[in-house]
Design a protein around this ligand. Structure first.
Ligand code: AMP
Length: 628
């Protein structure tokens, strides 16, 4: 017998979900459906997104409501428009063989009159985001007095987004006897509190241990020097040719900068952040869902409710400010029983944060090494070989050309031909990655005292092998008394000299002066740039410092940004269109990894947080969370 029938779900629904590929219940469905079907309990389910929780509450609701009546009987509250539409769509799919089921989606950013019209026509299930729901309640356009079930989905997210008061007001319009089912990925004190407030003796179900992330997610971290972050990130992406990932940044500016740099470098990427209109957001999401985008660069807030299956990697380009967000971020991968990897790219100082996250998720991270250029080349080569092996041949179409192709190759042995096909791309990889530097920062973690050996002092960065420094340390007669911090100073330097922030090294802000490092090649530019410049009536003075560069800069490290590929031919998957001129040839096209084009020092963007001295203040704060 179909296992869903055994759980108590009717044939009409089972037939519909079979078409969706639901053969066996997921663990949360298996455990919650029998409990919820009784209709007599409040319920708390601690479950990640992607575990099948929509059906876990959706199927019992469809069983329990009376669809011959046309008044609201169930209210599902969720944090985002995307999730609201997703749940509505899922419920419509599950109930497609049932007559007279009316589900309405109520969310902001869309016409309220359409939603009001649908409500007026008669609905049994309302799926809503809190803000718009309250608006409709305040217009007295809906009657919740006969609601039997309220579902609070992703309760922790709703609270994070500051919806507590709205939820209170909405729930006060529903009858006391209703049953409340709450689902949450994490169980912070606030969620615990609302569970207590709205429920009596709820049945609790925990998938995995509390706060523990999905067991199918592998957590990795890479330690790099801050200035190598982008190069390291690209290297990781290149090492995963089939990546379909979400990259998390802390700020809107950062998402935009990374996305722009990636696009310039020939990757299929775009950004998702709070400044986009709903229409722009929908467009980006559609491209991502369609796989026209391989990398979605997002802020925490913007990525809420993203519900895309098959995400292979979550990349924490910056660690979240609030550790709890790590669980939400990583939960975007390994959905529906798949596996996934959550990668954090950190500098040595952030190791402590990784250890804290480990404690929160109850799982150890794996320390991974940024692959070498050779590793990437090998990986890409075999991905290509694999692709050639598996390509579907259109016999009919190719037939007409086969004789000419055979003629061309008639002198070559099979081995030669294969080698040539492989070399077509391989040469390009080799060229791109020859001399690629080691991007791993040698940071030794500070161990507990008793574990330290004879040498076990502070976990400082090991000096790299000898070699001439490529950086020059400069003195500037401005410092913290002039209200500069490092970010400000970086902005000031870049603005006056037009050098890229990426080529500026360590900055030491002192009281009335500061030191900063620039690439040797840029020293002249800096000197010229500051000639005749004054700061609040004081002449700005730049001098080469006698102290030499900091020890961390020794060793002739090269930056990945410098590996410009000659020829400039873009490499696209499948290798059509070699003109090298066009940026992208329409949607649907996926490029392979990152050898496409070299970074052309993307506009001197210097990463987060500096003041733009051309007058405007750069909006580069982490997106604010509404707290209550
Ligand atoms: P959810 O956690 O409800 O967002 O579900 C995550 C994904 O898993 C969705 O794409 C569902 O369609 C899918 N899914 C849910 N339940 C099952 C099941 N029993 N078998 C196969 N896929 C499922």
């Amino acid at each position: 017998m179909n296992p869903f029938i055994e759980l108590g779900i009717r044939h009409d629904i089972v037939n519909a979900i079979s078409e969706l590929g639901f053969e066996n219940p997921t663990p949360i469905q298996e455990q919650s459906i029998p409990v919820l079907l009784t209709g007599s309990n409040d319920f708390v389910g601690l479950a990640q997104t992607g575990t099948g929780k929509t059906a876990a509450f959706g199927l019992p609701l469809l069983e329990l409501l009376d669809f011959e009546e046309n008044y609201p009987q169930a209210l599902i509250l969720c944090p985002t428009r995307e999730l609201c539409l997703q749940i509505t769509n899922d419920l419509n799919n599950y109930s497609k063989n049932m007559p007279n089921v009316h589900v309405v989606a109520v969310y902001g950013g869309a016409s309220i009159s359409d939603q009001l019209r649908q409500i007026k026509r008669g609905v049994q299930i309302v799926v809503a985001t809190p803000g718009r729901m309250l608006d409709i309640i305040n217009r007295k356009a809906i009657d919740f007095s006969k609601v039997k079930f309220v579902v609070l989905d992703e309760a922790d997210e709703m609270l994070n987004m500051g919806f507590q008061e709205d939820i209170d007001s909405i729930l006060s319009t529903t009858p006391d006897e209703k049953k409340t089912w709450l689902f949450s990925a994490t169980m912070p004190a606030e969620v615990r509190r609302i569970a207590k407030k709205y429920m009596t003796d709820p049945h609790e179900l925990t998938m995995g241990t509390k706060n523990t992330g999905n067991a199918n997610i592998e957590h990795e971290y890479y330690i790099i020097r801050a200035r190598d972050k982008y190069a390291a990130f690209k290297r990781i992406v290149d090492f995963n040719p089939e990546i379909f990932g979400i990259v998390f940044c802390r700020t809107k500016i950062e998402t935009q900068e990374i996305a722009e740099s990636l696009i310039k470098d020939g990757y299929n990427a775009d950004s998702l952040h709070g400044d986009l209109s709903q229409q722009q957001r929908d467009k980006v999401m559609k491209r991502y869902r369609d796989r026209s985008l391989q990398l979605l660069i997002a802020t925490d807030v913007a990525a809420r409710g993203i519900d895309v299956n098959d995400v292979t990697h979550v990349i924490n380009y910056s660690l979240p400010d609030e550790l709890e967000n790590y669980t939400h971020r990583s939960g975007r991968t390994a959905r529906a029983g798949k596996t996934g990897v959550s990668i954090s790219i950190i500098n040595g100082k952030e190791l402590g944060k990784i250890r804290q996250i480990e404690r929160v998720i109850g799982k150890k991270f794996i320390k991974a090494e940024i692959p070498t250029g050779f590793d990437v080349v090998e990986k890409q080569l075999f991905a290509l070989v694999h692709k050639v092996h598996n390509v579907e041949v259109n016999e009919q179409q190719i037939e007409q050309y086969t004789p000419r192709i055979m003629e061309e190759f008639k002198e070559l042995s099979k081995e030669d031909i294969i080698k040539r096909f492989a070399s077509l791309e391989f040469n390009r990889f080799l060229e791109y990655y020859k001399n690629a530097p080691d991007l791993n920062a040698a940071v030794e973690e500070r161990r507990p005292f008793e574990e330290r050996g004879e040498r076990g002092e502070r976990g400082e960065r090991a000096p790299r092998s000898g070699g001439k420094s490529e950086f020059t340390r400069l003195f500037i007669n401005l410092g913290s008394v002039d209200e500069f911090n490092r970010g400000d100073l970086l902005g000031y330097i870049c603005n006056n000299t037009k050098i890229s922030g990426r080529t500026v090294g360590k900055i030491d802000v002192k009281g009335v002066y500061s030191f900063f490092e620039v690439a040797n090649d840029d020293v002249e530019k800096v000197m010229t740039g500051f000639k005749g410049i004054d700061f609040k009536g004081r002449e700005v003075r730049i001098e080469v410092s006698g102290e030499g560069t900091s020890s961390t800069r020794t060793g002739g490290e090269r930056r990945e940004g410098g590996y410009n590929r000659s020829g400039g031919g873009e490499r696209r998957e499948g290798g059509y269109n070699r003109s090298g001129g066009g940026e992208r040839s329409g949607s649907g096209e996926r490029r392979e990894g990152g050898f496409n084009r070299e970074r052309s020092n993307a506009g001197g963007s210097a990463g987060g947080g500096f003041r733009d001295f051309s007058g405007k203040r750069r909006e580069d704060r982490p997106e604010r969370r509404r707290r209550f």
